[in-house]
Design a protein around this ligand. Sequence first.
Ligand code: NAP
Length: 227
Amino acid sequence: MGDKRVALVTGASRGIGAACAAELTRQNLDVVGCSRSGELQGDCSDPEVCKSWVAQTIERYGRLDVLVNNAGVTRDTLLMRMTDEQFDEVLRVNLYGAFYLCRAALKYILKSPAGRIINIASVSGLAGNAGQCNYAASKAGLVGLTKSLSKEVGKRGVTVNAVAPGWIATDMTEAVPEEAATRVLERVTLERAGKPEEIAAAVGFLASEQASYITGQVLSVDGGLAL
Ligand code: NAP
């Protein structure tokens, strides 16, 4: 086992995940990025893929200390029009994916002197958002998973927290029609979109030694959107 801590970040190919991977690298961790198009490729809604990402990380580095469940998708539409597929896909990627990764990674994270799990939730999962019943349900589920798992592993010194971003400039928000984007931005206290690096800073903090007494928490990084 090497001396450096090792992190696995899902959805690291772009946006918030890429910024998290860069921040953890800056903090001197070895980082493995996983996504459909990234370093380790695959779909996190497949439990076998999640197992193999963890196995490949252990094969390469011999340890796993930090898991960042960041991969996520939206399939926005009003509930009356939402198909089974749209509901299912969002739940499978955003919530089941995190569950599969936590389950596969936990036995290694429990051996870490400073194990950390950080789940990327959303302000939508806390406050709800019209057109996002599937997405908000997946993110609210992630918050429940975070709090429950923190209680399962606390006695082993592992912390489990969530970060809830507001409106962050990435491909995900770029795809939202301008009128809807303007309506959200008008509600942001700081009167601007967030940057992926501003979410990564919170993730970096929660992964660090300074956050050793914080667990089961949801840290909103939303410029005051949900106030
Ligand atoms: P993004 O730019 O669309 O990036 C999403 C990432 O997830 C990509 O790396 C993508 O890579 C990966 N991904 C998507 N489906 C996947 C799958 N089935 N298996 C593995 N990887 C998959 O989105 P983002 O804005 O950075 O969002 C990152 C996280 O923050 C998400 O969980 C999102 O819900 C959350 N969030 C974002 C905002 C925002 O305003 N942007 C707000 C609140 C919460 P590939 O396409 O290569 O697979």
